[in-house]
Structures are given as structure tokens and as C-alpha cells.
Design a binder for this molecule. Structure first.
Ligand SMILES: [Zn+2]
Length: 425
């Protein structure tokens, strides 16, 4: 017996009340071959109202429509169906319920899920190319998939969140920043919310989107020392322990070291000193955690440390801050902090002094790190930020903020997925 395509279709996509009538290979001269699958209603079954899904008497028929289906053997495949209208006692004359369709979209649910899942592994443009469809079609599919996921996700037991700003795009304008809210609990790390800009209003919108129950249930909030965020967090989630996390403070220290290095390198170049080039090559070594630098790079750093350069002093200050994170006792950590800031404020290195002043003015929040120790992961925010950069770097394909927003929820939101009629693709 020959295996029929209809048999395969019934095995993977069975719609009660509908049957696959016909499968045709269209091989017209100028177009690539494609498949058309015709569906008809099951004889003797009433159509259902698309609103309440109850069977209802037929009213009339609409013109035939086509829905894009998952490509079979690489061929572009369409479902063709002539939808009926029913006269529902509750909802009047209305189009029937069509299980593979979401209404207006000319793409089957199976295909939208199929494209969405591939769009996590390939760029949207590649996804469109490989499966013979358009960027727009991939975008709309992901949009539907993400909307479904956001509508069905559960925000229970969210205890720790991280709030951060991300730069994207080419300019430094306010619209080129995103505010992101992550869940950073041990049992679940995901993107909860993303919004344009990094103002108080942005974060207020984000927390409102999560809902009062979630915000009231928070135990820890991690963020940078960005003033608008500090204000909103104190106002909205006052019960949670607000922690300035290690990742951000290390970033500030690194930036300060780099500013010192650049300024000094410029001064040295002006006097045609050979050390200018040496400093230039040290950039990445200076920014890594000192204990992780080995071999030749280590020797270069040691030579630098022995020199009288400002960069060397800045780097040593950065490195001597690291033991701070290892304290168990808040008292001793506080003592360490005051010694370190005193020393740094006497260093005559303005960028380093700026960090020291910032740490001193946020000492309370900084000390919360020790109260939250063991309860929140310091690497979670950094890890999620890195993943976001991977997505936004693909942003050449995202023509709008909305498209990128979709892509971020799609890849980092851990959203639930529809599996009705789709689980086999
Ligand atoms: Zn109805």
C-alpha cells in the first residue's frame, strides 16, 4: 500500500470536524513547485461559533481562503478552506471556529509556532529565507507566539528581581536605552519586562506591568546606582532588600581604570613616550579580574604595577577592592570600605575618586549585599545582560523597537508555548 500525504497529515495535524480532502502539487512553469492541501468540513457535523465554540446552524459560506502551512519536503504548502458562517443563538451571524487559524492571519498556528521556534536559533531574516517566507511573516509569527506566551505565563513566587539599563542602537540618545527587569531567583532566571528609555516613568511602567501582587511579594531587588531606579524602587518595593550588585560596581571600577589609562596614554603620546603604546595594549588585561590573568599578560601587569604610572595606581586600587566581596561580617566589610574609600580619595585619580564617593554615598545599599548573601546570585544579572547583547547585536534585522522587544521576550522570557496542534513541529 502506498503511503498517502493525507495519512501523514492526519497523523500530525488532526482537526476534529474537518477532513483533508485533497493534496495537490502545483508545478507551474515560472514558479517553484508548491503544495495545496484542501480541507472540507466533516460530513454531518455542525460548524462551531468562533466566539463560544458551540455548534450552531449554518448560515452561508465565505470565499475560499489560503493559510500558509509548515513546508513539506521543502515545498511551500498552503491549506485551502472555504469557511462557513453560522447563526449562533448567542452571537448572531459569525464566522465558524477554524482550529488551525487565529482569525485574520493567513498563516496556520502550526506554521507560526514552527517559524517562531526557528527564529530563536536563526536570525529572523535567515528564518524567512530558509523557509521561503518573508521577514514580516516571521515577525508576525513571533509576535503572536510571544503574545500567547505573555498571556499564559505565571508570575508566581518571584522573590528576586534585577533591574538594569541596556544600551542599544547607534546613538547615545534617550531612546537608545532599554530598561529591563529580570527574575534572578535560583529556581528561575528570565526576562520579565523590557521598556524603552531608563527614566523613573519607565521603571514605574515596568513594575505596574508585573502587577501589585508580584511587586509586594519581592524580597530582593538588585540594581545599579542609577538615581531614577533607586527612587522608584524605594517608593514601590520598599519592603524588599535593595542590593547594589557586584557586577555593576566592578563595571564602574573598570570604567574608571580605563578613563585613567586613556588620559594618561594621551599625555604620554604628546611627549612621544614609548610607554604610550604599552598602555594601549594593556586595556583588556587591566579590565579583567587580576587573579585570572596569567602568563605573559601577568608579567606585563606586574611590570605596570611596579611603575609610577597613574594607570598602575588606579589598577591597584581596583584590585584591592575585590576582597570586599568576600567578607562575612558586615562590620568588617564596612571597615574595609571606609579604609578603601579614604585611600582612594587621596589618590588624585579623579575617575577613581568619583567611584569612591559614589560607593560612600550608597553605603547602606552596598552593605545589603552581605545581608542578601547566598540568597541571590551575583552573576545572574550579568549573564542575562550578556544574552541580551547577543540578541540586540542581531538588531540589524530588527527594524523597530517593537520587533526587538518581541525578540527579547522570545529568547529570554522562558515563556510557555502553545502545544495544541503544534507539538509535532
Ligand atoms: Zn457563539
Amino acid at each position: 500500500m502506498q503511503l498517502k500525504v493525507k495519512t501523514v497529515l492526519n497523523a500530525v495535524q488532526h482537526f476534529p470536524g474537518f477532513v483533508f480532502q485533497d493534496v495537490r502539487l502545483l508545478n507551474e512553469r515560472d514558479d517553484p513547485p508548491r503544495l495545496e492541501v484542501t480541507l472540507v468540513p466533516h460530513a454531518g457535523r455542525l460548524a462551531r461559533c468562533s466566539h463560544c465554540r458551540q455548534p450552531a446552524p449554518g448560515y452561508d459560506q465565505l470565499p475560499p481562503r489560503a493559510w500558509l502551512f509548515v513546508p513539506l519536503w521543502g515545498l511551500v504548502t498552503h491549506f485551502i478552506y472555504t469557511a462557513r458562517r453560522v447563526n449562533c443563538p448567542a452571537h448572531g451571524v459569525i464566522v465558524e471556529f477554524i482550529p488551525w487559524s487565529t482569525g485574520k492571519r493567513p498563516v496556520t498556528i502550526a506554521m507560526m509556532c514552527f517559524l517562531s521556534r526557528w527564529a530563536r536559533r536563526l536570525s529572523w531574516r535567515e528564518t524567512a529565507q530558509v523557509f521561503g517566507t518573508s521577514w514580516e511573516c516571521v515577525y508576525r509569527s513571533v509576535e503572536w507566539f510571544v503574545d500567547w506566551g505573555l498571556a499564559h505565563r505565571k508570575l508566581e513566587n518571584v522573590q528576586a528581581i534585577g533591574v538594569d539599563e541596556i544600551h542599544w542602537g547607534r546613538s547615545k540618545g534617550a531612546d537608545c536605552f532599554l530598561t529591563v527587569i529580570y527574575q534572578i531567583d535560583g529556581h528561575c532566571r528570565r526576562l520579565l519586562w523590557v521598556g524603552k528609555r531608563r527614566t523613573q516613568a519607565t521603571l514605574r511602567r515596568g513594575l505596574a506591568a508585573l502587577g501589585d501582587d508580584v511587586v509586594r511579594g519581592l524580597r530582593f531587588v538588585c540594581s545599579d546606582m542609577w538615581r531614577p531606579y533607586l527612587n522608584v524602587i524605594a517608593d514601590k518595593a520598599g519592603q524588599a532588600l535593595h542590593v547594589l550588585d557586584r557586577f555593576h560596581i566592578t563595571t564602574h571600577l573598570n570604567q574608571a581604570v580605563d578613563q585613567v589609562r586613556r588620559a594618561e596614554s594621551g599625555r604620554l603620546r604628546a611627549t612621544a613616550s614609548a610607554q604610550a603604546d604599552r598602555l594601549k595594549n594593556l586595556r583588556w588585561k587591566l579590565l579583567r579580574c587580576g587573579s585570572r590573568v596569567r602568563g605573559k599578560a601577568r608579567q606585563q601587569l606586574n611590570a605596570l604595577a611596579a611603575s609610577k604610572l597613574a594607570t598602575a595606581r588606579a589598577w591597584i586600587l581596583k584590585e584591592t577592592f575585590q576582597p570586599f566581596w568576600r567578607y562575612r561580617s558586615t562590620t568588617w566589610a564596612g571597615y574595609f570600605l571606609s579604609v578603601w574609600t579614604e585611600r582612594t580619595l587621596r589618590s588624585r585619580l579623579e575617575p577613581m575618586k568619583k567611584v569612591a564617593r559614589m560607593l560612600r554615598s550608597h553605603e547602606d545599599l552596598l552593605m545589603n549585599w552581605f545581608k542578601a548573601k547566598g540568597e541571590i546570585s551575583s552573576g545572574a544579572v550579568e549573564g542575562l545582560n550578556n544574552k541580551i547583547r547577543v540578541v540586540t547585536r542581531r538588531s540589524y534585522g530588527f527594524r523597530t523597537f517593537e520587533a526587538m522587544e518581541m525578540a527579547l521576550y522570545h529568547t529570554l522570557g522562558r515563556l510557555p508555548e502553545p502545544d495544541e496542534f503544534t507539538h509535532r513541529f
